[in-house]
Design a protein. Structure first.
Length: 87
């Protein structure tokens, strides 16, 4: 996921990430999301930054198989969403 803010500038500060949330989305399309839950880890320990890209290691044990919308909210109001399929 590109690490750009609402002004299209690259971000490199972990404090810029306000939240990482996931929601089940059977359609795997924007707008089909269920109730979001916090996908973050304590102190953003699952979040890494390298080469203008954030990587998030998400522990999915116990989650049902299927599609999930993972949304990263930034402190400037920008939101980035990616769809992930768990098997």
């Amino acid at each position: 996921m590109d690490a750009q803010n609402a002004q299209q500038g690259f971000i490199s500060s972990f404090s810029s990430v306000a939240a990482v949330q996931a929601a089940p989305d059977p359609s795997c399309l924007a707008g089909g999301e269920g109730v979001a839950f916090d996908a973050g880890s304590a102190g953003n320990s699952g979040l890494q930054f390298q080469n203008n890209t954030f990587q998030f290691n998400w522990k999915t044990d116990g989650l049902a198989s299927g599609c999930y919308a993972v949304t990263v909210s930034l402190d400037d109001g920008a939101r980035k969403t990616a769809f992930v399929t768990l098997r």
